[in-house]
Ligand binder design. Sequence first.
Ligand SMILES: [Zn+2]
Ligand SMILES: [Zn+2]
Length: 370
Amino acid sequence: MRAIAVTPSSKTVSLINLAEPKLSSSTDVKLRMIEAGVCGTDREICTFEYGTPPPDMADLVIGHESLGEVVEIGAKVTRVKVGDLVVPMVRRPCPHDHCMACRASRQDFCFTGDFTERGIKEQHGFMAQYVVDDERYMNPVPAALRDIAVLVEPLTIAEKGLSQVWDIQQRLPWGCPVVPGKAHAHCHKAVVLGAGPVGLLGAMALVNADFDTYVYAREPAPNAKSALLEMIGAQYRSSQTHSLEQFAAEVGNVDLVYEATGASRLAFDMMQFLGTNGIFIFTGVPGRKGPVEIDTDLMMRNLVLKNQVVFGTVNAGREIFETAIRDLQTFNGAWPEAVKSLITGRFDMTDHRELLLGKATGIKNVIQLN
Ligand SMILES: [Zn+2]
Ligand SMILES: [Zn+2]
């Protein structure tokens, strides 16, 4: 079978031939991969910033945002059947008995760092024609989502962030008054930093919870992203026309910031405008570009005097994947055009070099695998 792989030792990215994986246990499932999304992580792996091949192998098959179809199942598999569409999870638990998170199947909170990740860390990823894995990592997807289910994995970032917001904000009376036809965050304001796929999917999740949602990004409006946000009822503001001060003044009390740029300077600048009882979610992973100056007195005063919470979030467990699948269905019902426009191109495996090494274009580009 064909697969897209990096070879860190020779710093090459190529289409390789691999033996088709076989079932090795009675709970294994074999997937014929339909497509995989290209994201910043894949592009960074292709610049050899990180990405580790499986032990004793030179190549790492990349790809972690995917959709596959079940073509074979082990004798004891109960969660999926042949013909089902599934989105596999990315992270696999560490082996240590003392890791409470992994032992509780919450490897997204692994304590030891010895987890593996398909397509990123010591396990082949999903940009391959076939994949075999245990059924416990498979998330069945309704057939109606076939054209958009590749968005499930990137949506889990926002879903995991939001699920923690609901938990954390139970620390205070934060619930909005019940209004028929409105979801539970209708009295709150949210800011999304960045209008890439993670930011746009995050905006959809926030609007879906009825946050009054504002997205702040670089590109001047109107553009494809601002048009998409208009379709879902979110506001778009460009940093070219609105300073952060102006933007924050326009929003009012910022109840939540969802950071989706990986730009630490912008994020910490925004943090000074986080409102009373506000909560700030970091999802980006910045490159190390050297220190920048921030007003730590102001930040600490705000954190204390405004009861603020700042947290970071990575990866997702099975429950979050299930929430993401449900919500993607809801988004698709409410805003089919907007959801469809997130996927800006479908390409053949032979186009991988341009997609992974060329200039980043569009919103979410997808590689078809079969
Ligand atoms: Zn990704
Ligand atoms: Zn662990």
